[in-house]
Design a protein around this ligand. Structure first.
Ligand SMILES: [Zn+2]
Length: 196
């Protein structure tokens, strides 16, 4: 039997129909001693909790006044510019995840730096964390998730064609801190747009 091609696979939605312990259909209810609706299995009793996902990334700094951005080769937001970032994997730390995404999407060598932004995005059920890092070589090797990776002078950041509001918000704070001559940690929230 031939294996399905990679294009067969897609990220499953959050909602779940069946119990992954016993295969029975799930029911939406508030379990005893809880105060939120959960997906519950009324056959085996398993409660399928859902919690926010972590997205980790890097602000890759080059030659004092440039940053490295990647042009996305994947949906969502195909062909827009982004900081290297992605979902944290099980078993890794925030910093390890950020460096892994950096390597996968840009293939750049970096010297890891401090935490820079921590962004709650409750409507997307995510928390994003970006670290500063110094790029140590101009040799880039973007992976299959990027159409290209290149350096932008801070005056030339493509603000109208950035992939995500978390990327825009992080770059805005980076440019402001760069101008002020000192970098600090920024912790903030992003609310849904009115038309979302
Ligand atoms: Zn079950």
């Amino acid at each position: 039997m031939t294996q399905p091609s990679a294009s067969f696979y897609f990220p499953a939605p959050r909602t779940q129909s069946f119990c992954n312990q016993c295969g029975s259909k799930l029911t939406r209810l508030v379990p005893p001693d809880d105060n939120r609706m959960r997906d519950v299995c009324e056959n085996c009793g398993a409660v399928h909790y859902q919690n926010p996902r972590n997205v980790v990334g890097i602000v890759p700094m080059w030659k004092d006044d440039q940053v490295l951005l990647c042009r996305r080769a994947i949906e969502p937001r195909y062909n827009t510019w982004t900081l290297p970032a992605g979902f944290m994997e099980l078993g890794e730390t925030l910093g390890q995840g950020a460096l892994r995404e950096m390597a996968e999407e840009a293939g750049a060598q970096v010297e890891p730096g401090p935490l820079f932004t921590v962004i709650s995005v409750p409507y997307a059920e995510q928390v994003h964390a970006y670290y500063l890092a110094k790029v140590t070589s101009d040799v880039l090797d973007p992976g299959p998730e990027s159409l290209e990776a290149r350096f932008f002078h801070l005056d030339d950041i493509p603000w109208d064609n950035l992939a995500f509001r978390t990327v825009t918000a992080t770059l805005e704070r980076y440019v402001a801190d760069h101008k002020a001559g000192r970098f600090q940690i920024h912790e903030f929230d992003i609310a849904p747009r009115d038309h979302d």
